[in-house]
Design a protein around this ligand. Sequence first.
Ligand code: GMT
Length: 377
Amino acid sequence: MKIGVTCYPTFGGSGVVATELGHELAARGHDIHFITYALPARLNVFLDRVSYHEVTVPAYPLFQYAPYDLALATRMRDVALHEDLDLIHVHYALPHAISAHLAREMLAGEKKKLGVVTTLHGTDITIVGQDRSYLPVTRFGIERSDAVTAVSRYLAQVTVDVFTPDKEIDIIPNFVDGETWKPGPRCPLVSRLATSDARKILVHVSNFRPVKRVLDVVEVFARVARELDVCLLMIGDGPDRPAAEELIRDKGLEDRAFFLGNTPAVQAVMPSTDLYLLPSNAESFGLSALEAHACGVPVLGYAVGGLPEVVVDGETGFLREVGDVDGLAEAAIALLGDEPRHREMSRAARERAVAHFGVETMVRRYLAVYDRVLAAL
Ligand code: GMT
């Protein structure tokens, strides 16, 4: 198949899923064309059958807001025509599903058919898409897609409840490559920051938006640090980073908390850690929690959204009510202080990630969706 892929090219989970899926499809002989405004963070353009088409948005004095969605639709149309794409798979509904729909409409005049598959990832449905300014257009994008997938049962249900779309939603959970994400020894960077082998490592990875509740990460860490010899690695960047840094300073923990920014070193760092903290308000899936599990790292978070579909409370991590930082800290202290239990949980986390969220299964499910769409065009 010849497949166009559009996603947000950032470090965020939806871009990661789009990119990893593209790599996997290319490895299976499909031609994959990424159509995005910048090179996706994890995209390997040296792979056979992977191409990148940049979307540029020309400025014009009249535009206070340059119409990215129109430039994207035009690029999608051109790539589909000249590369003879069979379908376009967009990740995150807004504005990608609408641009894909426009591209297909433009192509109708050229007698070119193009399937449109939309994958819903999270805040396109739970936050942004529910804003009254976007709700009708989000529903429109969902309904005009030939197939819609959601990354968790939770997200599919919210989509049905809020948007009442006239459409079946396929649930295809996110996946992890157990060969890339796997347990391993402490990497040199973490050894240097930890300063001692005995010191336990807590880690958080996100875009530091309010939904991630990074201050809760600091609160949990501060409580654990009162009882145990631990340090904290904060990976990523975003609006709440300054507040998190300030809270760390207020608590006098700056010598044991390290903000690493948007580093591609997550893969090397994750296996070196002992506990992953993801206390989001709502996480439609929590890809980073799955990556932690694949590395044998138990996860602490809140029992909301799709996270309980990834983390099994008491088996592969601990889930508490939103805001229960004391509960999370207690669980962390108990687990880190009990080596055999930590080892067992780490084993269970790795086993769950590999057994339930393997690449092969999910790629097959996406391909089945593509086949269905193409058969119906
Ligand atoms: O939806 C977002 O705000 C961003 C999106 C992203 O691009 O990272 O994250 C979502 O998609 C990920 C991949 O499917 C999921 O693992 C994340 O849980 C989800 N984020 C939220 O629901 C907050």
